[in-house]
Structure formats: structure tokens, C-alpha cells
Design a binder for this molecule. Structure first.
Ligand SMILES: NC(=O)c1ccc[n+]([C@@H]2O[C@H](COP(=O)([O-])OP(=O)(O)OC[C@H]3O[C@@H](n4cnc5c(N)ncnc54)[C@H](O)[C@@H]3O)[C@@H](O)[C@H]2O)c1
Length: 248
């Protein structure tokens, strides 16, 4: 408890799934929360945090729009006076085999998953560098490390996030801003809910722990990276995958 007390965290895609799990875990650790997501669900999420007695605010919009990223970071700083932790979690899939993949689906996944993370990191880094303090956490995927049939666009976006994480870690380390990534394996959320049972069974065979992960499994890693415990950890990718892809 209270590992993040007094810290201001901006979380993208905070209304459901992994982002919501991270929001709940950060709330339990006493963080002030600035939430970003698409649509009306955002207001409910902000209200939920306020009902827990926390300072919370948010902004609805499209993370793939660089102007929105700047506006969201500016609003966070306006409301809380600072930004200590950025979690780039919002992400989408538009799956199909490479030979059938539509250019628009390739572009959209790169725009949201990779460009979105870039835009938020850029705006947040400017604020954090001035303060000589910051924690940036990017949610990538095991798929960015191993590839996955039907996900050329998604795998490219997530591998791109890893390269960008390590680059930013090198650029920001001297200003006491750490930049790390979390690579979840298969986590039970709406994103994976649509998988066919046959596909799920096959996936389970590839997971040494024999189960899909929970959003709490991922949130625990996010709390660690955001907390003082990880002060000397930067440029790393923490895999939370039940042993699915060891040694990558
Ligand atoms: N579920 C998994 O098994 C799994 C595995 C590895 C990585 N991930 C990654 O974890 C992250 C969260 O995944 P999830 O399973 O919770 O997904 P989800 O679909 O349940 O939730 C995604 C969230 O992102 C938001 N979002 C999506 N596009 C957005 C946009 N353009 N602008 C603003 N907000 C947007 C949605 O509003 C939602 O809050 C994603 O980056 C995903 O790639 C998920």
C-alpha cells in the first residue's frame, strides 16, 4: 500500500482490460490518476477513482492523434501540477494474414499502438526532464518478441515499441527518467475474448504455467516499474507471460 502515494500517473486505455487493472492497482497504491481512453466509459472510470477518495481526472480522445496526446499531457499538468508516471497501454488489433492484410488495417494499428506511444512519450518526456523525475511504462506484447500468424501489423507495432523504449531509456536516463516495457503473454480481456476455443486450447499448450494471465498479473509489474523499487531499472522489457517465451 501507498507505494505510489503523491505520484501522478497518466494511463491510456484505462477504461477496461489491462489498463483498468493498472488503474485499480495504482489507485490501491495511492496514486493520483489522469485517465485517457475513447468514449463515454472514461467518465465512469474517473468517477470510480474519485469515489475511492483519490484525486482523478481524464480526457477522452484518440491516442493516435499527436495533438490529442499533447492536449492530454498539458491538461494533466494543469490539473495536478505534474506528471510522474506515464503508462502507454491503449492498443488495438486488426488481424489478418499478411497476404490479405489491408493497408488501412496495417496503418491503423501502427498509428494507434506505435505512434500513440511515441506522441505521449514525447509530450511526457518534456515535462519529466524538466522535473528530473519520471517513469514511463509501455505495454508491448509477447507477439512483438516472437511474431504471431495473422498479426503482422500488431507484431510490428509492438516490436517498434520495444525499440522505442530502449532508445528513450538511453536518451532520458541522465534526467532520472526511466523507460521500460511490459510484454504480456495472453491475458484474459475483451481483446482476447474473441479467440476461438480451438485457438485458446492450442495457446494453453504453449504456456508452461497452463493458464492465461489476469490483468492483475500485468498490473503487479506496472506497480513495480512505477515505484521506487525500480529506480535503477531502465530500458528493460519485463515479460508477464507464464513462461511462454523464455530467453527472448
Ligand atoms: N489482452 C492480451 O492478451 C494482451 C497481450 C499482450 C499485450 N496486450 C496489450 O495490452 C494493452 C491493453 O490490451 P487489452 O487486452 O486490455 O485491450 P482492450 O481492448 O480490452 O482495451 C483497450 C483499451 O485501449 C483503449 N483504446 C484503444 N484504442 C484507442 C485509441 N485509439 N485511443 C484511445 N484509447 C484507445 C480502449 O478504449 C480500451 O480502454 C494493449 O496495448 C494490448 O496490445 C494485451
Amino acid at each position: 500500500m501507498d507505494k505510489l502515494k503523491g505520484m501522478t500517473a497518466l494511463i491510456t486505455g484505462a477504461t477496461r482490460g489491462i489498463g483498468r487493472g493498472i488503474m485499480e492497482a495504482f489507485a490501491r497504491e495511492g496514486a493520483e490518476l489522469f485517465l485517457v481512453a475513447r468514449g463515454a466509459a472514461l467518465e465512469d472510470a474517473v468517477k470510480h477513482c474519485r469515489d475511492l477518495g483519490l484525486k482523478a481526472d481524464g480526457l477522452a480522445g484518440d491516442v493516435g492523434d499527436p495533438a490529442f496526446a499533447k492536449t492530454a499531457v498539458d491538461k494533466c499538468v494543469e490539473v495536478f501540477g505534474k506528471l510522474d508516471i506515464l503508462v502507454n497501454n491503449a492498443g488495438i488489433t486488426r488481424d489478418s494474414l499478411l497476404v490479405r492484410m489491408k493497408e488501412a488495417d496495417f496503418d491503423e494499428v501502427i498509428r494507434v499502438n506505435l505512434k500513440g506511444a511515441y506522441s505521449f512519450m514525447q509530450s511526457a518526456a518534456i515535462v519529466m526532464m524538466k522535473k528530473r523525475y519520471g517513469r514511463i511504462i509501455n505495454v508491448t506484447s509477447v507477439v512483438g518478441q516472437t511474431g504471431n500468424a495473422g498479426q503482422a501489423n500488431y507484431a510490428a507495432s509492438k516490436a517498434g515499441v520495444v525499440g522505442m523504449t530502449m532508445t528513450a531509456a538511453r536518451e532520458l536516463a541522465s534526467r532520472n527518467v526511466t523507460v521500460n516495457a511490459i510484454a504480456p503473454g495472453f491475458i484474459t480481456t475483451d481483446m482476447t475474448g474473441g479467440l476461438q476455443d480451438k485457438v485458446k486450447e492450442k495457446l494453453l499448450e504453449s504456456i508452461p504455467m497452463g493458464r492465461f494471465g489476469s490483468v492483475e498479473d500485468v498490473a503487479g509489474a506496472a506497480v513495480y516499474l512505477a515505484s521506487g523499487d525500480a529506480g535503477y531499472v531502465t530500458g528493460q522489457v519485463i515479460s508477464v507471460n507464464g513462461g511462454m517465451a523464455m530467453g527472448v
